[in-house]
Ligand binder design. Structure first.
Ligand code: ADP
Ligand code: MG
Length: 252
């Protein structure tokens, strides 16, 4: 479906997006739609352009050609830094590295952006932060410092921090890749709950079983192109493509 013909439900749309770093074309015509409330997973080999797609959606990178929209905003046409900051307020992003402020408590890590960027009154920001800490199952850690938490707990704080801005959309970029295996599950559980609550989510992940379980749609990227996209059952079990078959490997 084209941008012009998009349904009211479409929240994110990319149309023939091309992006190069110097001579290196890393996105070679990406078409992608995400509807409100959907969870879309992006899988594919390292270097295939997955993170670059996310960085285009939140305006950190501007493609050389193609259209990107988030709601009514034409992201590819944003000119000023102020316009890009306004876009980024609407989009939560969680990375492999949590990047919490080490000198701030969990509560302050979550409230700092709403207070400083949105101008939310402190009491209201703290009320919301406590609610979010319940959602990420960390109420007991409200006054802890990041250094006192496990990787999985820190990543759950980072998810709470992203949600504190009341985003329309959350981007997750390999958020469990740097975690000890025993804490991966607790982070995936939090994401699963968010998705079930209807948070529009785009996830770059190597957790194939998780992607299969929670996604409305899965995208397989390779070498700057979307090789295949469809419902998880199709991608993981039916797609007749040897590259995908070998990538998803043991799943049957
Ligand atoms: P993935 O997330 O799928 O591993 P990326 O989107 O990070 O892949 O990278 C895609 C390609 O773009 C890679 O070849 C990478 O080296 C290149 N690339 C990513 N960011 C930059 C950058 N800032 N400058 C130059 N090349 C980059
Ligand atoms: Mg990446």
């Amino acid at each position: 479906m084209t941008l012009n013909g998009k349904t009211a439900e479409t929240l994110v749309a990319l149309e023939d997006v091309h992006l190069s770093f110097g001579q290196n074309e890393v996105l070679k015509g990406i078409d992608l739609q995400v509807s409100k409330g959907e969870a879309v997973s992006i899988i594919g080999p390292s270097g295939s352009g997955k993170s670059t797609i996310l960085r285009c959606i939140n305006g950190l990178l501007t493609p050389q050609s193609g259209k990107i929209s988030v709601g009514e905003t034409r992201v590819d046409q944003l000119k000023t830094e102020a316009e890009k900051i306004a876009l980024r307020k609407r989009i939560g992003i969680v990375f492999q590295q949590f990047n919490l402020f080490p000198h701030l408590t969990v509560l302050d890590n979550i409230t700092i952006a709403p207070i400083k960027i949105l101008g939310t009154p402190k009491a209201e920001a703290e009320r919301h932060a406590r609610e979010l800490l319940e959602r990420v199952h960390l109420s007991a850690k409200v006054n802890a410092y990041p250094g006192e938490l496990s990787g999985g707990q820190q990543q759950r704080v980072a998810i709470g921090r992203a949600l504190a801005m009341r985003p329309e959309l959350v981007l997750f970029d390999e958020v469990t890749s740097a975690l000890d295996p025993e804490t991966v599950g607790e982070v995936l559980a939090v994401i699963r709950e968010l998705v079930q609550e209807g948070m529009t989510s785009i996830l770059v992940t190597h957790e194939m079983r998780f992607a299969e379980e929670i996604s409305d749609k899965v995208i397989f990227t390779e070498n700057g192109r979307i090789v295949e996209q469809g419902p998880p059952d199709y991608l993981f079990h039916k797609a007749d493509n040897p590259r995908i078959r070998s990538f998803v490997g043991g799943l049957s």
